[in-house]
Design a protein around this ligand. Sequence first.
Ligand SMILES: Cc1cc2nc3c(=O)[nH]c(=O)nc-3n(C[C@H](O)[C@H](O)[C@H](O)COP(=O)(O)OP(=O)(O)OC[C@H]3O[C@@H](n4cnc5c(N)ncnc54)[C@H](O)[C@@H]3O)c2cc1C
Length: 292
Amino acid sequence: MSMFAGFEHIVREREPLAPFMWLRLGGHAEYLAEPTNPQELAGLVRRCRENDVSVRILGGGSNIVVRDQGVPGLVIHLGAAAFAQITIADNVISAGAGAKLGHVISTAVREGLAGLEPLVGIPGTVGGALHGNAGTDNHDVGQWTTSAEVMTLSGEIVTHQRDELRFAYRYSNIDELVILRAHFALERDDRAELIKRLQRIWIVKKSKQPPSDENMGRLFKNPIGIRAAELIEQAGLKGAKIGGAEISDHHPNFVVARAGATSDDVVRLIELVRSQVRDRLGVELETDIEIW
Ligand SMILES: Cc1cc2nc3c(=O)[nH]c(=O)nc-3n(C[C@H](O)[C@H](O)[C@H](O)COP(=O)(O)OP(=O)(O)OC[C@H]3O[C@@H](n4cnc5c(N)ncnc54)[C@H](O)[C@@H]3O)c2cc1C
C-alpha cells in the first residue's frame, strides 16, 4: 500500500467490486479508491501515473461486467457527494459525474426544464451516460450537453465546449480519464405538463424494460436498421443459458444473473450469442456492456 501512502483513508486493497455492479457479479479490484473531492482525485491519478498503475473509473456499474479474476490496478468510484452536485442557472442544469442520471432528470423536470425526460429509466450516473452517450431511439444525453469538465491522466482539469464535443449512437469523443461534470442547456416548459410527460414516458418504459430489481445487463449495440433483441430472438436464443447466466425471455438483449451465476457465465453467454447470431444470421453484434 506504500504506493498510496497519504491516501490510506480513501484507498482499499483487494476490494470486491460485485456490490458496485448492476449484475452483482465479479471479482476484486486490486485497489479501489473513493476520493472525497477533486484534489484527492487528482492526487490519486498522478500517483498512478508516477507508478505506472492502470486506472479505471466506475460509475453506477450498469454497463460493466467485471471478470471473476478481478481487475488489476486502481478502480476509482466517484461516489462522494462532491462529485454528485446538481445546480441550475436559468435553463442550464449542471451535474457532477457521480450524480445519478435519474436524479438529474427529475430535478430538471421539477424546475420546468425539458429535454432529458425521454432518458428516464436509464440506470447509472452522468459520467457513465456521457462516456457512452446513453440514450433511446431518438434521444441521447449528448444532444443537450453544452460543455463537459474532464480530468486528464496528469490530473489537470480541462473544459470541453460544445463545438469540441462529438456524440453519436452509443459514442462520445470524450476520451480523457475522468469526466467530472457536464452542463445541459434545456428548454423551458410548463412544469405540470412536463411532470405528466415524464410519468407517461416512465410508464411506457417500465412496460418495455426489465425490472430494476433483477441483476441484469444490457448486452449489445443495435446494428444499423435492426434491434439486437430481434436478432437474438430470430437466432432462437431467448432463454439461452450458461451456468446461472440467462438471456431474458422478455428482453432478449439483456442477460439475467440468476443465483450462483459467475461473470465467466456471462462472458461465455455473450460469446455464444455473438457467434450464433453471426453463424445463423450473418450479423456481427458489438457488445455495449464493457468487460473488465
Ligand atoms: C436495466 C438496464 C437498462 C438500460 N437501458 C439503457 C438505455 O435505455 N440506453 C442506454 O444508452 N443504456 C442503457 N443501459 C446501459 C447503461 O445503463 C448505460 O450505459 C449507463 O449510461 C451507464 O452508466 P454507469 O454510470 O452505470 O456507467 P458504468 O457502467 O459504471 O461505466 C460504463 C463506462 O463508463 C465509464 N465511466 C463511468 N463514469 C465515468 C466518469 N465519471 N468518467 C469517465 N468514464 C466514466 C466507465 O469507465 C465505463 O467505461 C441500461 C442498462 C441496464 C442494466
